[in-house]
Design a protein around this ligand. Structure first.
Ligand code: PLP
Length: 436
């Protein structure tokens, strides 16, 4: 597909913005080529500035559960904008959105913020304030936003399972900050036990993606989240379940609806974003009432935001959640199941080694001959060259996949039969390209 306008805009963008983008993955660095500049979205479809149309399997990295420009969300947003865009006072919509979140999840109190990064950053500060401890445990391959202390990777000592404190993964994060973080391999109970045995009385919280999607989809082993919750409880640490990606997406109640609600445990704190903002900057953290009571102005742990609970963003989020009925989740599950199965079938037919992994309606395909991907080390063993060829062949056939092998694919309830068929039609040639 020709894209001279995207080329021209990318050149202009690079002259004014580092890498030409406002979030790194958008730059196509992992797949090469020119990122497409999108001009509009409608339902399952994106249209770029050259007029090319794509079936969208990114969905803004998760938020667009109902598809783009859903008429009822647009109406709610338009009405909110007409009433004024920000007052810096409490509004009724904030309360209604909070009530909707409490109605779907086990959190007893919730605070609205503007991004998932803010949500996890604030949850960690609160956990430290509540416990009077400093250390945070996270898993390699889990992303929680660009929070200083969570941009840490495993220290070399992990290789031998002697647990060490993390080292910074980016210049600009003080080693002192990364050293407050213990980084463990995902799905590894022994590593968790060892970390708590060694540092248990210094650990404020363990934070985990409720079901990781940021190294590709790597679901928790059966009972793993319950084990984490129980381990934290035994050691007086808080269990922070990051549902920024999974919340209100993989089910009405998010990932917790698929495991905690069934198994009978609750996180101490949870973080949310993406779907609950309906495509606007809105996110949240919440949890136990006694922990949340530590938050200012009720308690001493400070947290604030000029645009927190913004009336337009909360109107979009509230409309989206109210429209996200059981039928919506059933349709998204069905679409995701069809696309995932057909993609795997096409790759098998072309002889491309791969593993399909799914968690509810989130899925990804790892281009690997490993039998399963259970942690970051196995995810990292992928053939990224094969993905790159697959990605561009799909793009050329009007399917917009995440431009990285380490991302989940997202569908919406607006993916109708025509959109799904366009994806299915593109798969055989893309699989052949990956095989080449
Ligand atoms: N937590 C998880 C699990 C995420 O997937 C993300 C973003 O992708 C974040 C936190 C950060 O959210 P945001 O990009 O809104 O800051």
């Amino acid at each position: 597909m020709p894209h001279p306008e995207s080329d021209a805009w990318f050149a202009r963008a690079r002259a004014v913005t580092p890498g030409g983008v406002n979030s790194p993955v958008r730059a196509f660095a992992a797949v090469g080529g020119t990122p497409r500049f999108m001009a509009s979205g409608q339902g399952a479809w994106l249209r770029d500035v050259d007029g090319n149309e794509y079936v969208d399997l990114v969905c803004s990295w998760g938020p667009m559960l109902l598809g783009h420009a859903h008429p009822e969300v647009v109406a709610a947003v338009t009405a909110a904008v007409a009433r004024g865009t920000s007052y810096g006072t409490p509004t009724t919509t904030e309360v209604e959105l909070a009530e909707e979140i409490l109605g779907r999840t086990p959190v007893e109190r919730v605070r609205l913020v503007s991004s998932g990064t803010e949500a996890t950053m604030s949850a960690i500060r609160l956990a430290r304030g509540f416990t009077g401890r400093d250390l945070v445990v996270k898993f390699a391959g889990c992303y929680h936003g660009h929070v200083d202390s969570l941009l840490a990777s495993a220290g070399s000592g992990l290789a031998t399972l002697g647990i060490s404190l993390g080292v910074s993964t980016t210049p600009g994060v003080p080693e002192s900050s990364a050293a407050q973080t213990i980084v463990l391999p995902y799905n590894d109970r022994a590593a968790v036990e060892a970390a708590f045995a060694e540092h248990g009385d210094r650990i404020a919280c363990l934070v985990t993606e409720a079901s990781p999607g940021n190294m590709g989809v790597v679901p928790p082993a059966a009972g793993f989240n319950a084990f984490l919750a129980e381990t934290c409880r035994r050691h007086g640490a808080l269990f922070v379940s990051d549902e920024v990606m999974t919340g209100f997406r993989v089910s009405r109640q998010g990932q917790w609806g698929l495991d905690g609600a069934v198994e009978g445990w609750t996180p101490d704190l949870m973080t949310f974003g993406k779907v609950m903002g309906g495509g606007f900057p809105a996110a949240a953290f919440g949890g136990r009432a006694d922990v949340m009571a530590m938050l200012s102005p009720e308690g001493p742990v400070y947290q604030a935001g000029t645009l927190s609970g913004n009336p337009v963003a909360t109107a979009a989020g509230l409309a989206t959640l109210r429209l996200a009925t059981d039928e919506v989740y059933a349709r998204v599950d069905e679409v995701a199941g069809t696309i995932a199965a057909e993609a795997a079938k096409a790759l098998t037919a072309a002889g491309v080694p791969h593993v399909l992994q799914a968690n509810g309606n989130m899925f990804s395909i790892f281009f690997t001959d490993a039998p399963a991907v259970t942690d970051y080390a196995t995810a990292a063993g992928q053939d990224t060259g094969a993905f790159k060829a697959f990605f561009h062949a799909m793009l050329d056939r009007g399917v917009y996949l995440p431009p990285s092998a380490f991302e989940a694919w997202f569908c919406s309830s607006a993916h109708d039969d025509r959109a799904v068929q366009q994806v299915l039609d593109a798969l055989p040639a893309a699989a052949e390209a990956a095989a080449a």
